[in-house]
Design a protein around this ligand. Structure first.
Ligand code: MN
Length: 575
């Protein structure tokens, strides 16, 4: 594909000359970087980043994010390519490309790690909502082309990961359209039987439904006209397969209870019109009790807003209507990414109430709104998109891509002990993102950390001044304590006891057992006979564990019959 052909596929809008220059440079750089690379399908590799970037563009993101999407697979390994990107395209784009590369390094462990911590980590490692959006579009394209991957187990693993992590992250960001696409693409690989069953059933039921709704739509249009309400759009929308299957599970697989197989969506200008349309529908057709849902007053946790009602329509058939403003509609499809579209379209934001449960969605909305009201410049706004939801935790990676969850401020020594006490105890050096790093340097989310070890290396007391985890602290303390103990003992000089004894049979044995019963360890024992003298002497040397040992031994020896004197001293030579 040439740049001219690519440019034609970009949404027609808002790109300045500079934007286009940037995109052209990124396009050419990526084309060169992926030259001669092929995908499993046999396609040129470059078609993948191109497809991803066009999705990102379609969502309405800025030229920097589109450029980063073009470049997202050009950083293979350590440093070099990223440096080049920073040099050519600047810090911002390098930051986005780096974020995508880091997310790529995450490994999904399914059972071992909770899906929830994986989702958090995804967000923490991505650091920026734009990185998340590029990753979602990347995964969307990979799912679209998954059938050309020749390994069934791998297809299933990727599809499972898509359902558990990617679709869920998209949902949290309120990106309903991308979430639904990811789910439907993954569905057939994860639950093939169920997927084909749903597909078959929908194909049976859909046409009849669509013909029926062809009769409903004109009536609605006419009624709206009469009331002077301008609808921007009225369309029938078939429910996505995966969410349909989920709903069927809740409804005991009873198709008769699925009223929104095809729902009618009415997009209007403002919130007042939404309630107006609701009243109008109810005037015409009787609503099913308990099926009116006001997600405008009470948005869903992910920020979704809309009015839903289910009515007995023509011929008593049940139909679901969804009524929302254009802005709510865009937000429902693209979530927080919708902001860019509104920025470009210059639409004002209405004060929308937010479910406080999802505080960070609320916070994002608040940022968006102060951005729109001009309280924040665009740089501050982009800065605010850097995800900072896990303030007190960081997520770092092993060279194999395993994720280690540590407190903020943790160092490579904390990391080492987290992996294994043996690794901590024998650490000689740390490599962070491929570069040697000092042990006390703070780690950051997404860092790849490698610990170098040596058998004869041991922990240092100094490490206690900077480690953050109690696990590391305890191991180091234990080692230091043991060492201190050993040094004390080594420094301890033997104590000598010189005992003068009568020359009686068995006295040596008695003295020995007195010593033995004191529980000390004897280093040496010698007996001397003093020529003509009646007395003999015994010299015992031992290492005491404490001062008490010395007194205890002396007392016990003194009690032995025939002992004349006991002298104690350090290396005293009484003889
Ligand atoms: Mn990719």
């Amino acid at each position: 594909m040439t740049w001219i052909e690519y440019k034609k596929q970009l949404p027609k809008s808002h790109f300045s000359k500079e934007d286009l220059n940037l995109l052209e440079a990124a396009f050419l750089y990526a084309t060169k970087a992926h030259e001669r690379q092929k995908r499993h399908s046999g396609d040129d590799y470059i078609l993948h980043p191109i497809a991803v970037s066009l999705k990102v563009a379609e969502i309405g993101l800025d030229s920097q994010t589109i450029a980063a999407a073009l470049l997202h697979d050009t950083v293979e390994d350590k440093g070099a390519e990223l440096k080049e990107i920073r040099k050519r395209f600047g810090e911002n784009i390098a930051f986005l490309v780096d974020g995508v590369t880091k997310v790529d390094k995450l490994r999904y462990h399914g059972v071992e790690r909770t899906v929830e911590s994986m989702r958090k980590m995804f967000l923490a490692v991505a650091k920026d909502v734009r990185v998340v959006i590029i990753k979602l579009c990347d995964r969307l394209h990979n799912m679209e082309t998954l059938s050309s991957l020749p390994y069934p187990e791998k297809r299933e693993r990727i599809a499972k990961e898509t359902l558990d992590i990617y679709a869920s992250v998209a949902d949290r960001l309120g990106m309903g359209e991308i979430k639904a696409q990811l789910e439907d693409l993954a569905f057939r690989y994860v639950y093939p039987d169920e997927y084909f069953w749903i597909e078959e059933e929908v194909k049976k039921r859909l046409p009849e439904r669509e013909i029926y709704l062809e009769r409903v739509m004109p009536i609605i249009k006419k009624e709206l006209n009469r009331e002077g309400i301008k609808a921007l759009e009225i369309h029938a929308r078939a429910k996505h397969y995966y969410s349909l299957w989920k709903k069927l599970q809740r409804y005991d697989m009873d198709w008769e209870r699925i009223f929104d197989l095809v729902a009618v969506r009415i997009i209007i200008h403002d919130v007042n019109d939404a309630y107006g349309v609701l009243g109008l529908i109810h005037k015409h057709w009787k609503p099913l009790p308990g099926r009116i849902k006001d997600y405008i007053a009470l948005p869903k946790p992910n920020g979704y807003q809309s009015l839903h009602t289910t009515v007995f329509c023509i011929d008593g058939q049940i139909v679901e209507f969804q009524i929302r403003t254009e802005e709510m509609h865009k937000e429902a499809e693209f979530g927080i990414a919708a902001h860019w579209m509104w920025e470009h379209a210059g639409k004002p934001k209405e004060g929308a109430s937010i479910n406080p449960k999802l505080a960070w969605v609320a916070q994002l909305k608040e940022w968006q709104s102060s951005f729109r009201k001009g309280k924040m410049n665009s740089e501050d706004f982009l800065e605010s998109l850097k995800i900072d939801f896990f303030k007190d935790r960081i997520f770092v990676l092993t060279p194999k891509g395993d994720v280690i969850d540590l407190p903020e401020g943790a160092t490579s020594i904390d990391f080492a002990y987290h992996i294994h006490s043996e690794i901590g105890d024998h650490a000689v050096g740390a490599k962070v993102n491929g570069k040697m790093s000092s042990f006390d340097a703070e780690l950051h989310s997404g860092d790849v950390v490698e610990i170098l070890t040596k058998k004869n290396q041991h922990p240092s007391r100094e490490w206690l001044t900077f480690v953050k985890t109690s696990m590391a602290r305890n191991h180091i303390r234990r080692y230091v304590r043991e060492q201190t103990g050993k040094i004390l003992l080594r420094k301890q000089e033997p104590i000598e006891i010189v005992v003068e004894i009568e020359d009686r049979v068995g006295i040596l044995k008695d003295v020995s057992s007195a010593i033995a019963s004191s529980g000390i360890s004897i280093k040496d024992i010698e007996s001397h006979v003093r020529g003509d003298n009646a007395y003999a002497s015994i010299k015992i040397s031992f290492i005491p564990h404490s001062k008490d040992d010395i007194h205890r031994v002396r007392a016990r020896i003194k009690r032995v019959k025939g002992v004349q004197s006991v002298k104690i001293g350090r290396r005293e030579r009484t003889i």
